[in-house]
Design a protein. Structure first.
Length: 45
């Protein structure tokens, strides 16, 4: 934990936030890859 006169930085809180964001990104990336694969099969790309 880092304490500064402007803010308190708690690494555990950041890790939890990043895990949630990574899950959202992973879900979106999976959806994007499925759409790209579908477009390739249909001859769109």
């Amino acid at each position: 934990m880092t304490i500064n006169k402007y803010f308190v930085f708690v690494p555990q809180a950041v890790e939890q936030t990043q895990e949630k964001e990574n899950k959202v990104v992973t879900d979106k990336e999976t959806q994007r890859q499925a759409l790209v694969k579908q477009a390739q099969q249909e001859g769109g790309l």
